[in-house]
Design a binder for this molecule. Structure first.
Ligand SMILES: C[S@@+](CC[C@H](N)C(=O)[O-])C[C@H]1O[C@@H](n2cnc3c(N)ncnc32)[C@H](O)[C@@H]1O
Length: 157
């Protein structure tokens, strides 16, 4: 969405600070594939990189992407209509960003035993029942209302 791009580019142009999420403590070190959805300037991607992951970060802000010097794959695009490849990732992050269309794709996008880390809040929260219906085949490692979640996919496919 163009307004989102303008809004976030303005923030990142003014040296918008971003800290890694404490929820990443649940992710074990591994040589595997991770996807950071709306990853901004890569604060969380950097932690995954240090844990051994091959990280792809997607964000709408070209200014945020241009500030990332980490050896990761960076993709500048609007996630509004994005289709995540299926059975592709061992870790997916959706942190301080919310997109229901993407959320619904995550169970298929993760491999079995893959981790999903989700944090949102405020006006972008989601009904707990709807969330756990989407993630019914996951084992919950962490949950807090309004809204934090870390879970592991427990089925194939
Ligand atoms: C609050 S920041 C969070 C950044 C990062 N996940 C973190 O936790 O540090 C929200 C991010 O969402 C990105 N964003 C917003 N709308 C987007 C869209 N439609 N497609 C892709 N990225 C988007 C913004 O550019 C911004 O980097």
């Amino acid at each position: 969405m163009l307004e989102e791009k303008i809004k976030w580019n303005e923030k990142y142009a003014k040296n918008f600070i971003s800290k890694p999420s404490p929820l990443l403590k649940y992710i074990p070190p591994k040589k595997a594939k991770a996807l950071d959805l709306a990853g901004g300037i890569g604060a969380n991607a950097e932690i995954l990189l240090q844990k051994g992951y091959d990280v792809t970060l997607i964000d709408i802000s070209d200014i945020a992407i241009s500030k990332i010097t980490l050896p990761i794959k960076k993709i500048c695009l609007d996630l509004d209509n994005y289709i995540i490849p299926q059975n592709e990732y061992d870790v997916i992050l959706m942190i301080k960003y919310f997109n229901l269309n993407l959320l619904r794709q995550i169970p298929k996008a993760l491999k079995k035993d893959g981790f999903f880390v989700f944090k949102t809040g405020g006006k972008y929260s989601i009904e707990k029942d709807l969330f756990f219906d989407i993630f019914k085949n996951f084992q919950t490692l962490h949950f807090k209302e309004d809204f934090e979640y870390v879970g592991v996919k427990k089925v194939e496919g």
